[in-house]
Design a protein around this ligand. Structure first.
Ligand code: ASP
Length: 360
């Protein structure tokens, strides 16, 4: 049995297979209409969501399965103080697979450790959002025909936006990818992404502040929302919120073959007038999200059937218990049963929190 906590849990081969299954589902939906009959998906959403939760729901329904769950923390026992672990242990008795979203970094791993069924991380704080990345990848695959030789602009809130962190990791495995990281200095890509993903994989990249000056070079423009809910200082959010707005005028300089992606929701980053441009792929991306989640549910349920024993989620032999995670958003230490746990990284003398992956 396997869970999906981070996009790196899937090999490049598996990503290709998921995209191919999704394309087959698009072509032959009837073939899959009863594939999950008798199975239940639990959607445990402790944080707001439209696309992710509803696309998981639609995905399971279109596979012939059923869905149960909640869409806000206040309507679950977490409002009474129940932990994520206990919630997932309980829900494992009712469902065959769980999709969970939670505001704390590392909540997906906590859920997978506690549950006896496969867990899909549907977004944990600012840490990761692997199924959004699957939707992004299927969109790139369908719009561009493949993943190599692309110049990808990521624009907006690269600091708090979990989708760009997961997408960078995914793209680091393909050939000849150039990243143009467009953000205000205050919201630049975190150092751990630059050092541990971009530099480590020898990706070409540049960090810039102007969208206008760089749009002409791009094959993909991945716009993001400034993540208001993750700012500790709301005045800072107000100052930065309209840093980038993609307009019809700015697009005049872009290639005809450009594709514009956005994980959505959009607040003000893309003018609605851009929606009619054939290069605007963000609503198609949402639909792709449903198909790839169907492919993922099929894969994880098939693996669980083949081998119900849980695969290890971290290397228990290498854990250190004497370090404390300093990330205030990390789930470790918040729930009584989670000791702080660190494992070595590839860099000598460096350790990372197993939950949120912050370094020590
Ligand atoms: N829907 C995406 C997420 O959950 C992007 C966003 O909220 O800005 O991370």
């Amino acid at each position: 049995m396997r869970s999906l906590i981070d996009i790196k849990d899937l090999s490049v081969k598996e990503l290709d297979e998921l995209c191919k299954t999704a394309c087959d589902i698009i072509k032959h939906p009837k073939k899959y209409a009863h594939a999950c009959e008798g199975k239940k998906l639990a959607t445990l959403f402790f944080e707001p969501s439209t696309r992710t939760r509803l696309s998981f729901t639609a995905a399971m329904m279109e596979l012939g399965g059923n869905v149960l769950g909640f869409s806000e923390a206040t309507s679950s026992s977490s409002a009474k103080g129940e932990s994520v672990s206990d919630t997932c242990k309980v829900v494992s008795n009712f469902a065959d697979i769980i999709a969970i979203r939670h505001p704390k970094d590392g909540a997906g791993l906590v859920a997978a450790l506690a549950a006896n069924v496969p867990v899909i991380n549907a977004g944990d704080g600012m840490h990761a959002h692997p199924t959004q990345t699957l939707a992004d990848l299927l969109t790139i695959y369908r719009e561009k025909g493949g993943f190599n030789n692309l110049t990808i602009g990521m624009c907006g809130d690269l600091k708090y936006g979990r989708t760009v962190h997961s997408l960078t990791l995914a793209m680091s495995r393909y050939k000849n990818i150039k990243l143009v990281l467009i953000s205000p200095k205050e919201l630049k890509m975190p150092d751990y992404v630059i050092n541990d993903i971009i530099k480590k994989n020898h990706m070409k990249y540049k960090e810039v502040t102007s969208l206008e000056d760089n749009i002409k070079d791009l094959d993909i423009l991945y716009m993001t929302r400034i993540q208001r809910e993750r700012f500790f200082d709301q005045k800072e959010y107000e100052r930065l919120k309209n840093s980038y707005v993609l307009t019809v005028d700015k697009l005049k300089k872009a290639k005809k073959s450009l594709r514009i992606l956005h994980p959505l929701p959009r607040v003000n980053e893309i003018s609605v007038k851009v929606d009619d441009d054939p290069r605007a792929a963000y609503f198609r991306q949402t639909l792709n999200g449903k198909y790839i989640r169907m492919a993922l549910i099929l894969k994880l349920l098939a693996l669980a059937k083949k081998n119900p024993k849980k695969e290890p989620l971290y290397d228990k032999k290498k854990v250190r218990y004497d370090l404390k995670c300093k990330n205030p958003r990390c789930i470790s230490g918040i729930e009584q049963e989670h000791e702080h746990k660190f494992v070595p990284t590839n860099k000598k003398g460096e350790f990372k929190c197993i939950y949120c992956e912050q370094k020590h």
